[in-house]
Design a binder for this molecule. Structure first.
Ligand SMILES: Nc1ncnc2c1ncn2[C@@H]1O[C@H](COP(=O)(O)OP(=O)(O)O)[C@@H](O)[C@H]1O
Ligand SMILES: [Mg+2]
Length: 343
Protein backbone atom coordinates (compact mmCIF):
# COMPACT_ATOMS: atom_id res chain seq x y z
CA UNK A 1 0.00 0.00 0.00
CA UNK A 2 2.85 2.39 0.86
CA UNK A 3 4.46 1.61 -2.47
CA UNK A 4 1.21 2.52 -4.22
CA UNK A 5 1.00 5.72 -2.23
CA UNK A 6 4.59 6.64 -3.25
CA UNK A 7 3.82 5.81 -6.87
CA UNK A 8 0.78 8.05 -6.72
CA UNK A 9 2.86 10.91 -5.33
CA UNK A 10 5.49 10.37 -8.06
CA UNK A 11 2.78 10.47 -10.75
CA UNK A 12 1.42 13.68 -9.27
CA UNK A 13 4.89 15.23 -9.46
CA UNK A 14 5.42 14.14 -13.08
CA UNK A 15 2.04 15.51 -14.08
CA UNK A 16 2.90 18.83 -12.40
CA UNK A 17 6.25 19.02 -14.23
CA UNK A 18 4.63 18.22 -17.58
CA UNK A 19 1.97 20.85 -17.10
CA UNK A 20 4.64 23.37 -16.13
CA UNK A 21 6.57 22.50 -19.29
CA UNK A 22 3.46 22.91 -21.33
CA UNK A 23 2.95 26.35 -19.83
CA UNK A 24 6.62 27.27 -20.37
CA UNK A 25 6.52 26.17 -23.98
CA UNK A 26 3.40 28.23 -24.46
CA UNK A 27 5.15 31.31 -23.06
CA UNK A 28 8.18 30.82 -25.31
CA UNK A 29 5.94 30.05 -28.27
CA UNK A 30 4.60 33.59 -28.29
CA UNK A 31 8.12 35.06 -28.52
CA UNK A 32 9.37 33.15 -31.56
CA UNK A 33 7.08 32.60 -34.50
CA UNK A 34 9.42 30.17 -36.23
CA UNK A 35 9.30 27.74 -33.34
CA UNK A 36 5.53 27.83 -33.27
CA UNK A 37 5.10 24.57 -35.16
CA UNK A 38 7.57 22.77 -32.95
CA UNK A 39 5.81 24.09 -29.92
CA UNK A 40 2.45 22.95 -31.13
CA UNK A 41 3.62 19.40 -31.75
CA UNK A 42 5.47 19.41 -28.44
CA UNK A 43 2.36 20.64 -26.76
CA UNK A 44 0.38 17.80 -28.32
CA UNK A 45 2.89 15.22 -27.08
CA UNK A 46 2.87 16.76 -23.64
CA UNK A 47 -0.91 16.88 -23.58
CA UNK A 48 -1.15 13.24 -24.60
CA UNK A 49 1.43 12.23 -22.02
CA UNK A 50 -0.38 14.21 -19.37
CA UNK A 51 -3.60 12.45 -20.27
CA UNK A 52 -1.94 9.04 -20.13
CA UNK A 53 -0.43 9.84 -16.79
CA UNK A 54 -3.70 11.13 -15.44
CA UNK A 55 -5.35 7.86 -16.42
CA UNK A 56 -2.54 5.89 -14.83
CA UNK A 57 -3.00 8.01 -11.76
CA UNK A 58 -6.72 7.30 -11.65
CA UNK A 59 -6.01 3.55 -12.00
CA UNK A 60 -3.50 3.74 -9.17
CA UNK A 61 -5.92 5.63 -7.01
CA UNK A 62 -8.55 3.01 -7.69
CA UNK A 63 -6.16 0.20 -6.81
CA UNK A 64 -5.18 2.01 -3.63
CA UNK A 65 -8.84 2.45 -2.68
CA UNK A 66 -9.49 -1.25 -3.25
CA UNK A 67 -6.43 -2.16 -1.21
CA UNK A 68 -7.46 0.09 1.66
CA UNK A 69 -10.91 -1.46 1.70
CA UNK A 70 -9.44 -4.96 1.66
CA UNK A 71 -7.17 -4.01 4.52
CA UNK A 72 -10.14 -2.62 6.46
CA UNK A 73 -12.08 -5.78 5.78
CA UNK A 74 -9.17 -7.90 6.97
CA UNK A 75 -8.68 -5.83 10.10
CA UNK A 76 -12.39 -5.98 10.73
CA UNK A 77 -12.37 -9.73 10.22
CA UNK A 78 -9.46 -10.11 12.63
CA UNK A 79 -11.15 -7.89 15.16
CA UNK A 80 -14.40 -9.81 14.78
CA UNK A 81 -12.54 -13.05 15.20
CA UNK A 82 -10.95 -12.04 18.48
CA UNK A 83 -14.13 -10.36 19.72
CA UNK A 84 -15.95 -13.47 18.56
CA UNK A 85 -13.66 -15.74 20.55
CA UNK A 86 -14.05 -13.56 23.61
CA UNK A 87 -17.81 -13.43 23.19
CA UNK A 88 -18.01 -17.19 22.73
CA UNK A 89 -15.99 -17.63 25.95
CA UNK A 90 -18.15 -15.19 27.88
CA UNK A 91 -21.29 -16.76 26.47
CA UNK A 92 -20.13 -20.12 27.75
CA UNK A 93 -19.28 -18.70 31.18
CA UNK A 94 -22.71 -17.08 31.45
CA UNK A 95 -24.48 -20.15 30.16
CA UNK A 96 -23.36 -22.50 32.90
CA UNK A 97 -24.63 -20.54 35.94
CA UNK A 98 -27.72 -19.47 33.98
CA UNK A 99 -28.48 -23.11 33.44
CA UNK A 100 -28.36 -24.07 37.12
CA UNK A 101 -30.13 -20.91 38.29
CA UNK A 102 -32.88 -21.81 35.80
CA UNK A 103 -33.06 -25.34 37.14
CA UNK A 104 -33.34 -24.00 40.69
CA UNK A 105 -36.05 -21.52 39.78
CA UNK A 106 -38.02 -24.32 38.14
CA UNK A 107 -37.59 -26.38 41.30
CA UNK A 108 -38.71 -23.48 43.51
CA UNK A 109 -41.75 -22.84 41.36
CA UNK A 110 -42.84 -26.44 41.56
CA UNK A 111 -42.26 -26.46 45.37
CA UNK A 112 -44.56 -23.53 46.10
CA UNK A 113 -47.86 -25.34 45.72
CA UNK A 114 -47.05 -28.25 48.09
CA UNK A 115 -45.54 -25.81 50.63
CA UNK A 116 -48.69 -23.72 50.70
CA UNK A 117 -50.74 -26.90 50.97
CA UNK A 118 -48.82 -27.83 54.14
CA UNK A 119 -49.31 -24.29 55.47
CA UNK A 120 -53.06 -24.44 54.79
CA UNK A 121 -53.29 -27.77 56.59
CA UNK A 122 -51.35 -26.36 59.57
CA UNK A 123 -53.68 -23.36 59.72
CA UNK A 124 -56.74 -25.63 59.60
CA UNK A 125 -55.21 -27.70 62.39
CA UNK A 126 -54.60 -24.58 64.48
CA UNK A 127 -58.17 -23.43 63.99
CA UNK A 128 -59.44 -26.92 64.88
CA UNK A 129 -57.61 -27.05 68.24
CA UNK A 130 -58.11 -23.39 69.18
CA UNK A 131 -61.64 -23.79 70.70
CA UNK A 132 -60.44 -26.72 72.89
CA UNK A 133 -57.75 -24.56 74.48
CA UNK A 134 -55.00 -27.17 73.91
CA UNK A 135 -51.27 -26.23 73.50
CA UNK A 136 -51.89 -22.47 73.96
CA UNK A 137 -48.12 -21.60 73.73
CA UNK A 138 -47.68 -23.45 70.45
CA UNK A 139 -50.75 -21.81 69.04
CA UNK A 140 -49.39 -18.39 70.04
CA UNK A 141 -46.06 -19.15 68.30
CA UNK A 142 -47.92 -20.27 65.17
CA UNK A 143 -50.13 -17.17 65.11
CA UNK A 144 -47.14 -14.83 65.55
CA UNK A 145 -45.15 -16.57 62.78
CA UNK A 146 -48.13 -16.49 60.42
CA UNK A 147 -48.64 -12.79 61.11
CA UNK A 148 -44.95 -12.01 60.59
CA UNK A 149 -44.80 -13.85 57.33
CA UNK A 150 -47.85 -12.07 55.92
CA UNK A 151 -48.99 -15.29 54.29
CA UNK A 152 -51.56 -13.68 52.02
CA UNK A 153 -48.89 -11.42 50.55
CA UNK A 154 -46.44 -14.28 50.04
CA UNK A 155 -49.09 -16.43 48.44
CA UNK A 156 -49.72 -13.72 45.89
CA UNK A 157 -46.18 -12.45 45.31
CA UNK A 158 -43.95 -15.53 45.41
CA UNK A 159 -45.27 -17.18 42.25
CA UNK A 160 -45.02 -13.85 40.40
CA UNK A 161 -41.45 -13.23 41.55
CA UNK A 162 -40.40 -16.68 40.43
CA UNK A 163 -42.19 -16.36 37.13
CA UNK A 164 -40.43 -13.07 36.42
CA UNK A 165 -37.10 -14.65 37.33
CA UNK A 166 -37.76 -17.49 34.93
CA UNK A 167 -38.63 -15.00 32.21
CA UNK A 168 -35.45 -13.03 32.84
CA UNK A 169 -33.41 -16.21 32.67
CA UNK A 170 -35.01 -17.15 29.36
CA UNK A 171 -34.01 -13.75 28.05
CA UNK A 172 -30.44 -14.20 29.22
CA UNK A 173 -30.35 -17.60 27.56
CA UNK A 174 -31.67 -16.17 24.29
CA UNK A 175 -29.08 -13.40 24.22
CA UNK A 176 -26.26 -15.72 25.16
CA UNK A 177 -27.31 -18.17 22.49
CA UNK A 178 -27.44 -15.42 19.89
CA UNK A 179 -24.01 -14.24 20.99
CA UNK A 180 -22.68 -17.75 20.61
CA UNK A 181 -24.15 -18.14 17.14
CA UNK A 182 -22.99 -14.71 16.08
CA UNK A 183 -19.45 -15.24 17.27
CA UNK A 184 -19.11 -18.60 15.65
CA UNK A 185 -17.12 -17.95 12.47
CA UNK A 186 -18.74 -19.66 9.51
CA UNK A 187 -15.55 -19.63 7.47
CA UNK A 188 -14.87 -18.63 3.90
CA UNK A 189 -17.03 -21.23 2.26
CA UNK A 190 -20.50 -20.39 1.00
CA UNK A 191 -23.13 -22.72 2.25
CA UNK A 192 -26.93 -22.76 2.34
CA UNK A 193 -28.02 -20.65 5.29
CA UNK A 194 -31.32 -19.79 6.89
CA UNK A 195 -31.52 -16.00 6.48
CA UNK A 196 -34.36 -15.71 8.97
CA UNK A 197 -32.20 -17.28 11.68
CA UNK A 198 -29.27 -14.98 10.81
CA UNK A 199 -31.52 -11.90 10.95
CA UNK A 200 -33.15 -12.92 14.24
CA UNK A 201 -29.74 -13.46 15.80
CA UNK A 202 -28.49 -10.05 14.63
CA UNK A 203 -31.67 -8.42 15.94
CA UNK A 204 -31.09 -9.89 19.40
CA UNK A 205 -27.39 -9.05 19.45
CA UNK A 206 -28.10 -5.44 18.45
CA UNK A 207 -31.03 -4.97 20.84
CA UNK A 208 -29.24 -2.41 22.90
CA UNK A 209 -28.79 -0.19 19.84
CA UNK A 210 -32.45 0.01 18.84
CA UNK A 211 -34.68 -0.88 21.78
CA UNK A 212 -34.70 2.63 23.26
CA UNK A 213 -35.46 4.43 20.00
CA UNK A 214 -37.54 2.08 17.91
CA UNK A 215 -39.99 -0.71 17.66
CA UNK A 216 -38.57 -3.46 15.45
CA UNK A 217 -40.78 -5.63 13.31
CA UNK A 218 -39.86 -8.70 11.32
CA UNK A 219 -41.78 -9.78 8.25
CA UNK A 220 -40.58 -13.02 6.79
CA UNK A 221 -42.35 -14.64 3.93
CA UNK A 222 -43.13 -18.23 4.93
CA UNK A 223 -40.95 -21.00 3.49
CA UNK A 224 -38.05 -18.84 2.39
CA UNK A 225 -35.52 -21.08 0.69
CA UNK A 226 -32.02 -21.33 2.19
CA UNK A 227 -29.55 -18.98 0.49
CA UNK A 228 -26.01 -19.97 -0.28
CA UNK A 229 -23.90 -17.33 1.46
CA UNK A 230 -21.19 -16.50 3.99
CA UNK A 231 -23.27 -16.57 7.15
CA UNK A 232 -21.19 -14.33 9.38
CA UNK A 233 -20.65 -11.71 6.69
CA UNK A 234 -24.40 -11.52 6.12
CA UNK A 235 -24.92 -11.34 9.90
CA UNK A 236 -22.45 -8.46 10.06
CA UNK A 237 -24.23 -6.72 7.19
CA UNK A 238 -27.62 -7.08 8.87
CA UNK A 239 -26.17 -5.75 12.11
CA UNK A 240 -24.69 -2.71 10.33
CA UNK A 241 -27.97 -1.89 8.62
CA UNK A 242 -29.91 -2.17 11.90
CA UNK A 243 -27.42 0.07 13.70
CA UNK A 244 -27.58 2.63 10.86
CA UNK A 245 -31.39 2.60 11.01
CA UNK A 246 -31.41 3.08 14.80
CA UNK A 247 -28.86 5.90 14.53
CA UNK A 248 -30.92 7.61 11.81
CA UNK A 249 -33.96 7.47 14.09
CA UNK A 250 -31.96 8.90 17.02
CA UNK A 251 -30.71 11.65 14.72
CA UNK A 252 -34.27 12.55 13.71
CA UNK A 253 -35.34 12.55 17.37
CA UNK A 254 -32.32 14.68 18.24
CA UNK A 255 -33.73 17.29 15.87
CA UNK A 256 -36.92 17.40 17.90
CA UNK A 257 -39.20 15.08 15.89
CA UNK A 258 -40.17 12.65 18.61
CA UNK A 259 -42.70 10.49 16.74
CA UNK A 260 -42.11 6.80 17.55
CA UNK A 261 -39.24 5.06 15.77
CA UNK A 262 -39.95 2.09 13.57
CA UNK A 263 -37.60 -0.38 11.94
CA UNK A 264 -39.05 -3.07 9.69
CA UNK A 265 -37.01 -5.92 8.32
CA UNK A 266 -38.65 -7.98 5.62
CA UNK A 267 -37.50 -10.94 3.60
CA UNK A 268 -39.20 -12.29 0.52
CA UNK A 269 -38.44 -14.36 -2.52
CA UNK A 270 -38.55 -12.62 -5.89
CA UNK A 271 -38.04 -15.01 -8.75
CA UNK A 272 -34.34 -15.97 -8.61
CA UNK A 273 -33.32 -13.83 -5.63
CA UNK A 274 -34.18 -13.36 -2.00
CA UNK A 275 -34.78 -9.72 -1.20
CA UNK A 276 -34.19 -8.28 2.23
CA UNK A 277 -35.54 -4.85 3.12
CA UNK A 278 -34.46 -2.68 6.00
CA UNK A 279 -36.84 0.17 6.43
CA UNK A 280 -36.63 2.94 9.00
CA UNK A 281 -38.43 6.19 9.70
CA UNK A 282 -35.22 8.00 10.57
CA UNK A 283 -33.68 11.23 9.36
CA UNK A 284 -33.29 10.05 5.76
CA UNK A 285 -30.23 10.48 3.53
CA UNK A 286 -29.93 13.98 2.05
CA UNK A 287 -29.82 13.91 -1.72
CA UNK A 288 -26.45 15.61 -1.94
CA UNK A 289 -24.67 12.77 -0.11
CA UNK A 290 -26.62 9.88 -1.61
CA UNK A 291 -23.85 9.23 -4.13
CA UNK A 292 -21.20 8.87 -1.45
CA UNK A 293 -22.64 6.71 1.31
CA UNK A 294 -21.04 3.51 -0.03
CA UNK A 295 -17.60 5.17 -0.20
CA UNK A 296 -15.10 3.80 2.30
CA UNK A 297 -14.78 6.06 5.34
CA UNK A 298 -17.62 8.35 4.34
CA UNK A 299 -19.56 9.25 7.46
CA UNK A 300 -21.80 12.04 8.71
CA UNK A 301 -21.48 10.86 12.29
CA UNK A 302 -19.24 12.13 15.05
CA UNK A 303 -16.10 10.42 16.29
CA UNK A 304 -16.94 7.28 18.24
CA UNK A 305 -20.29 6.87 16.51
CA UNK A 306 -19.42 6.29 12.91
CA UNK A 307 -16.36 5.18 10.99
CA UNK A 308 -17.91 5.18 7.54
CA UNK A 309 -16.97 1.57 6.94
CA UNK A 310 -20.34 -0.13 7.42
CA UNK A 311 -21.85 0.51 4.01
CA UNK A 312 -18.56 0.18 2.12
CA UNK A 313 -18.16 -3.28 3.59
CA UNK A 314 -21.86 -3.98 3.04
CA UNK A 315 -21.42 -3.10 -0.62
CA UNK A 316 -18.43 -5.35 -1.15
CA UNK A 317 -20.08 -8.15 0.83
CA UNK A 318 -23.23 -8.04 -1.27
CA UNK A 319 -21.92 -7.10 -4.69
CA UNK A 320 -18.45 -8.60 -4.82
CA UNK A 321 -18.68 -11.58 -2.49
CA UNK A 322 -22.26 -12.64 -3.15
CA UNK A 323 -22.85 -11.28 -6.66
CA UNK A 324 -25.96 -9.58 -5.35
CA UNK A 325 -27.36 -6.06 -5.34
CA UNK A 326 -27.66 -3.38 -2.70
CA UNK A 327 -29.53 -0.12 -3.19
CA UNK A 328 -31.74 2.24 -1.25
CA UNK A 329 -34.59 4.69 -1.39
CA UNK A 330 -34.62 7.63 0.94
CA UNK A 331 -36.53 10.81 1.63
CA UNK A 332 -37.36 13.01 4.56
CA UNK A 333 -39.63 10.28 5.98
CA UNK A 334 -36.94 7.63 6.23
CA UNK A 335 -34.84 5.17 4.33
CA UNK A 336 -35.19 1.68 2.94
CA UNK A 337 -32.17 -0.47 2.03
CA UNK A 338 -32.72 -3.37 -0.35
CA UNK A 339 -30.41 -6.36 -0.52
CA UNK A 340 -30.85 -8.98 -3.20
CA UNK A 341 -29.00 -12.25 -2.92
CA UNK A 342 -29.08 -14.70 -5.81
CA UNK A 343 -30.53 -18.13 -5.16
N1 LIG B 1 -30.58 4.21 7.44
C1 LIG B 1 -29.94 5.37 7.23
N2 LIG B 1 -30.58 6.55 7.35
C2 LIG B 1 -29.95 7.72 7.14
N3 LIG B 1 -28.64 7.82 6.79
C3 LIG B 1 -27.93 6.68 6.65
C4 LIG B 1 -28.53 5.39 6.85
N4 LIG B 1 -27.58 4.46 6.65
C5 LIG B 1 -26.46 5.11 6.31
N5 LIG B 1 -26.65 6.45 6.32
C6 LIG B 1 -25.65 7.49 5.97
O1 LIG B 1 -24.56 6.86 5.34
C7 LIG B 1 -23.35 7.15 6.02
C8 LIG B 1 -22.40 5.99 5.91
O2 LIG B 1 -22.89 4.87 6.63
P1 LIG B 1 -21.87 3.78 7.13
O3 LIG B 1 -21.00 3.35 6.01
O4 LIG B 1 -22.63 2.72 7.85
O5 LIG B 1 -20.94 4.57 8.12
P2 LIG B 1 -21.25 5.14 9.58
O6 LIG B 1 -22.53 4.52 10.05
O7 LIG B 1 -20.08 4.67 10.38
O8 LIG B 1 -21.32 6.62 9.43
C9 LIG B 1 -23.77 7.48 7.44
O9 LIG B 1 -22.85 8.31 8.10
C10 LIG B 1 -25.12 8.19 7.20
O10 LIG B 1 -24.93 9.54 6.86
MG1 LIG C 1 -22.90 2.44 10.02
Amino acid sequence: MERLERLLAARDKTIAVLIQRQLDSRAQGTTALNTLEQNISLERVVARKTQELAKERADLENALGQLKLTQTRLLQAQKMESIGQLAAGIAHEINTPTQFVSDNVTFLRSSLAPLFKVLDAARDLAEAVRPGGQCPERLAVFDAAADDADLAFLREQLPMALEQSAEGLTRIATIVNAMKKFSHPSGEVMKPEDLEGIIRTAVIVSQNEWKNVADLQLRFEPDLPPVSCLGDEIGQLVLNLIVNAAQAISERMGKGDLSPGRITIAAARLDRVVELRFEDNGAGIPEKIQGRIFDPFFTTKGVGKGTGQGLAIAYSTVVERHKGQIFFESNGQGTCFFIRLPL
